[in-house]
Design a binder for this molecule. Structure first.
Ligand code: BMA
Length: 310
């Protein structure tokens, strides 16, 4: 592990920057990642030069180069949705086979604060909004790609419970519209790299060992906040139960594009893609709230690493 991290950065990083955009943009970051029709598709958060964000699709045949970026956003703040007045941010996308659609969980940002909203798309050309499902203050939401028992499961980070702590919670719903009371999954760890806040990154990946979770952890320093990535494993049939959680982070800001930008010292993943043929797991992340990068590892190594944790 030459760079000290379990995940290895792509040599072509950053894979996407505002210069790759077909229209004026301040920053691109925090993309959802899926495979569609042979392409890697990133649903990217794009911050415009008024300071508000929208979501735009970029496609690449190899997930590294030859990107085709849509000229129009897939999801922009809706004039009919005051909750989105300040932007739509940080999407996580899963395929829901039973709906024959992709579900986008995203942060709707408005005067009341950040909230969790859902939308469905069949083709990444148009979306159907389901609206806000978790009121402010709530963000960092990702659905599991299938029901557990009779319920869809959403991991998210409500700040409305337990005195505003930034922990990861889980909510269940039979129809993606009405949700049961949240249950706490895991918390910040005092004195450690994830002491200030934790939030789920990409949608959890189903493995024989459990739901693999990559999450960001925040620490406040005199130089600002540091965002790093850690791993946890949740029980397959009872995902509120944490099976393992790695004490160490597995990716932290080190590369120049992670250390300089609008918000230095941030790596913020919202998507990953696993290739069963090669076992490569590619993590796509926002770097310094300015550009998009990729780091990869073998899923086997990642699971072995997390299984050594308590
Ligand atoms: C979080 C989110 C992310 C952002 C990160 C670092 O609170 O708003 O969108 O990347 O802060 O600034």
């Amino acid at each position: 592990m030459a760079d000290g991290d379990l995940f290895h950065r792509a040599t072509v990083n950053p894979v996407l920057t505002p210069n790759d955009w077909p229209y004026r943009a301040n920053a691109v970051m925090n993309p959802a990642a899926v495979r569609v029709d042979g392409d890697t598709l990133l649903l990217c958060r794009v911050e415009d030069r008024e300071g508000r964000s929208h979501l735009t699709v970029a496609r690449s045949p190899d997930g590294l180069s030859g990107w085709r970026v849509d000229h129009e956003p897939l999801l922009s703040p809706s004039p009919d949705a005051p909750a989105e007045a300040w932007g739509v941010e940080d999407p996580r996308v899963v395929r829901l086979d039973e709906l024959d659609a992709w579900a986008v969980a995203y942060t709707a940002y408005g005067p009341a604060g950040p909230a969790v909203a859902l939308a469905l798309t069949k083709d990444f050309r148009s979306v159907t909004r389901l609206g806000v499902v978790c009121p402010p203050e709530d963000k960092n939401a990702a659905l599991l790609p299938r029901r557990v028992g009779e319920h869809f499961v959403l991991l998210h980070r409500p700040r409305t419970v337990l005195g505003g702590r930034a922990d990861v919670w889980l909510s269940r719903s039979a129809d993606l519209r009405s949700w049961l009371a949240p249950e706490r999954v895991f918390s910040t760890r005092p004195g450690m790299w994830d002491c200030e806040g934790v939030g789920v990154g990409p949608p959890p990946l189903e493995t024989p060992e459990g739901w693999l979770v990559a999450y960001h952890g925040v620490r406040q320093t005199v130089a600002g906040q540091l965002y790093r990535v850690g791993l946890a494993l949740l029980d397959l049939e009872d995902p509120v139960r944490v099976v393992r959680r790695s004490p160490e982070w597995v990716l932290g800001p080190q590369a120049p594009y992670e250390l300089s930008g609008d918000v230095p010292g941030v790596v913020f993943p919202c998507g990953w893609v696993h290739d069963p043929a090669t076992d490569e797991l590619r993590l796509y992340y926002g770097a310094a709230d300015t550009c998009i990068a990729m780091a990869h590892a073998s899923l086997r190594d990642v699971l072995d690493f997390v299984m050594t944790g308590p």
